[in-house]
Design a protein around this ligand. Structure first.
Ligand code: NAG
Ligand code: NAG
Ligand code: NAG
Ligand code: NAG
Ligand code: NAG
Ligand code: NAG
Ligand code: NAG
Ligand code: CU
Length: 586
């Protein structure tokens, strides 16, 4: 009870702050001022001539094969994956990583709407694993969603499990990643692209290219997580040591001893950046995926305008920008015209340092790759300049929702029911560690159990660590999320696209806070702003147990997750493969 009173008090105090924020400008709540690319002067852009071999990295898979037949009859795309630990050096510094088929980033999945995707995953790790297909609806196959402790128990070490699902009614840019502990931070990630003859902008580009961005740590994630979830961090997330584009970047090894977590590991200051070959006159569709775990990026290409045509698998009416802010878990496609002088140009993925509490002196926050026009001299560097106009507002916000208009026009249906969720970070446990809360619950994954299996048995009571919101009927849910935290949080709802009907500073005030229901942005990962609110709507027509969580990995580890039990009667009738349930007893 004492704890409860404390919590209520704390909510009150936070509320006061949030209300204040609504009327005055935001104070800088970060304990330390973020640095401006501290490592820049030490990190020359010209690297040693001979690029080392990187057998784990396959740049070819990021340039989609034009022989892929988009109008092919529905088929089954079959993959066999083995996950194991291996020491590699994506940016020149050696560290153990968790790899699928020895690759980093992992293998591309490419399919058409209507296809089935079958992936046999063999786990050769020391810990259980599970693979989530980010953005896939999994309508009728919720148990293939790959959420550890929710839709499955992790695949035990030494065992295999075959994911098998169809993609009947969606297309666009997605990704897959481990959804067990913090494993995806250590390398279990890859792109997932679904084509369709119904895509709005098919034919408006000649080439199709994937650009996976991620922040990157030299220290394996279990060490980072235990530090973060200790009093030592005081709630500050570990700041990345570097960032990668399609799994590559340069790192100046001199900086390792200055890092937040020095590794003193073997390191080679000549790792190459990714290079994208352009042909003058062609139009490139660039599929940008933030597959990182913490950093929000501002993406741009020197001298090239980005015409945004997709957000999280939803076609958009084209909108031209110089920079795209992209938070963890989000995707955008942009068409880029190779209409500049034959030359080399920087692709920039600038980490938004305003989103970090701390500094990492080893970090060069300006993550780069090269665009190289055919006919330009071979080079590992460019002499192009960043756009002169200012970056998007400093505080880790999404591209403004009003700029993104879905191509297939749909108004948000009127809300049948409203669900209000409050999210916060609080130090209320005995250990005085800062944990993430959705309402009163800080999520801890179940061990040897999955909430889906419990719901399938007809349970209506769940462990105290599980916040389950039950949605009994197919109706439109209005989801109001209030953020009582100084950080911004990219929230991802599994199994759905949501309408983004409102967002703003302070707390949502019914009847007062403005809503837009006319063809609002639809997507699957939405950034909840600092001390702000977001109002989402979704149609509850997909039975299952669906996580709604912050995609910043340390925040998920700190418990920032709630689950929607959609259509419990249908879930009770699910025939879940016995082999899935068996993994809980291993
Ligand atoms: C592209 O796909 C075709 C047909 O499947 C295949 O023959 C070819 O080898 C592929 N090209 C590359 C570069 O992978
Ligand atoms: C397995 O998980 C434990 C607990 O999270 C962690 O301490 C350990 O480092 C993990 N092992 C590997 C090889 O990742
Ligand atoms: C995948 O699921 C379909 C439909 O349930 C089934 O017919 C097929 O045999 C499964 N494939 C594999 C490889 O398990
Ligand atoms: C790129 O744009 C800048 C102006 O923003 C211009 O000065 C420069 O000449 C352009 N570079 C090339 C190679 O076209
Ligand atoms: C979460 O807490 C708020 C504030 O107490 C409350 O209004 C809301 O109904 C709660 N949400 C759920 C799903 O219980
Ligand atoms: C959903 O159904 C259950 C079981 O019939 C019932 O106990 C619960 O109150 C219902 N929830 C809502 C929000 O109607
Ligand atoms: C899921 O399937 C049901 C039944 O076929 C359908 O009514 C619903 O629209 C589907 N929802 C999604 C998100 O695919
Ligand atoms: Cu978060």
């Amino acid at each position: 009870m004492a704890v409860l009173i404390h919590k209520v008090f704390l909510f009150g105090a936070l509320l006061a702050t949030a209300i204040q924020v609504a009327s005055i400008t935001l104070p800088n709540l970060h304990r330390r001022q973020a640095a401006t690319t501290p490592a820049a002067s030490l990190a020359p852009d010209v690297t040693a001539a001979a690029a080392p071999a990187q057998p784990w990295n396959n740049p070819g898979q990021f340039h989609l094969n034009k022989s892929f037949v988009i109008k092919a009859a529905p088929t089954t795309r079959t993959y066999e994956w083995t996950i194991s630990q291996k020491t590699i050096a994506p940016d020149g510094l050696e560290r153990p990583m968790l790899l699928v088929n020895g690759m980093f980033p992992g293998p591309l999945i490419e399919a058409n709407t209507g296809d089935s995707i079958v992936v046999k995953v063999t786990n050769n790790l020391a810990n259980g694993t599970a693979i989530h297909w980010h953005g896939m609806f999994q309508n009728g196959t919720n148990w293939m969603d790959g959420s550890g402790g929710v839709t499955q128990c992790p695949i035990p070490p030494g065992q295999s499990f075959t994911y098998n699902f169809t993609v009947p009614n969606q297309w666009g840019t997605y990704w897959w990643h481990a959804h067990a502990a913090s494993q995806y931070v250590d390398g279990i990630v890859g792109p997932l692209v679904i084509h369709s003859p119904n895509e709005a902008h098919l034919g408006h580009y000649d080439e199709d290219v994937i650009v996976m961005l991620s922040d990157y740590y030299h220290t394996p994630s279990p060490t980072l997580v235990s530090w973060y979830l200790s009093t030592a961090s005081d709630g500050s997330e570990p700041v990345p040591d570097n960032g990668l584009i399609n799994g590559r970047n340069y790192f100046n090894c001199i900086l390792d001893p200055q890092a937040l977590f020095p590794t003193h590991a073997p390191c080679h200051s000549n790792a190459p950046r990714s290079v994208f070959d352009f042909q003058s006159g062609l139009r490139y569709r660039i599929r940008i995926i933030n597959a990182g775990s913490f950093a929000d990026f501002q993406f741009s290409i020197d001298n090239h305008t980005l015409s945004v045509i997709e957000a999280d698998g939803v076609d958009m009416q084209p909108v031209d920008v110089h920079r795209i802010p992209i938070h963890v878990g989000q995707r955008y496609s942009a068409i880029v015209q190779a209409n500049q002088k034959v030359n080399s140009y920087w692709i920039r993925a600038q980490m938004n340092l305003n989103c970090f509490n701390e500094e990492n002196p080893a970090l060069d926050a300006s993550v780069k790759a090269l665009i190289h026009y055919a006919g330009a001299p071979a080079s590992q560097t460019a002499h192009s300049f960043d756009w002169a106009d200012e970056a998007w507002p400093g505080r880790c916000l999404d591209l403004e929702a009003s700029m993104l208009k879905p191509f297939v026009v749909r108004d948000a249906p009127p809300a049948d029911i409203q669900v209000i969720l409050d999210m916060s970070f609080q130090k209320i446990t005995k250990k005085q560690v800062s944990l993430g809360y959705v309402n009163e619950t800080s999520w801890v994954p179940l061990k040897k159990a999955a909430t889906l299996f419990q719901a399938n048995k007809g349970n209506t009571k769940f462990a105290a660590s599980q916040f389950i919101v039950t949605l009994n009927q197919t109706q439109t849910v209005e989801l109001v999320v209030n953020n009582y935290d100084e950080g911004s949080h990219p929230f991802h709802l599994h199994g759905h696209q949501v309408y983004v009907v409102g967002e703003g500073k302070g707390r949502y005030i019914p009847g007062e806070s403005p809503l837009n229901t006319v063809n609002p942005l639809r997507r699957d990962t939405v950034t909840l702003q600092t001390f702000g609110y977001t109002v989402l709507r979704f149609v509850n027509d997909n039975p299952g147990m669906w996580p709604f969580h912050c995609h910043i990995n340390p925040h998920l580890d700190a418990g920032l997750m709630v689950q929607f039990l959609s259509l419990p009667r249908a879930v009770k009738a699910f025939k879940i493969p016995a082999e899935l349930k068996k993994m809980c007893t291993a």
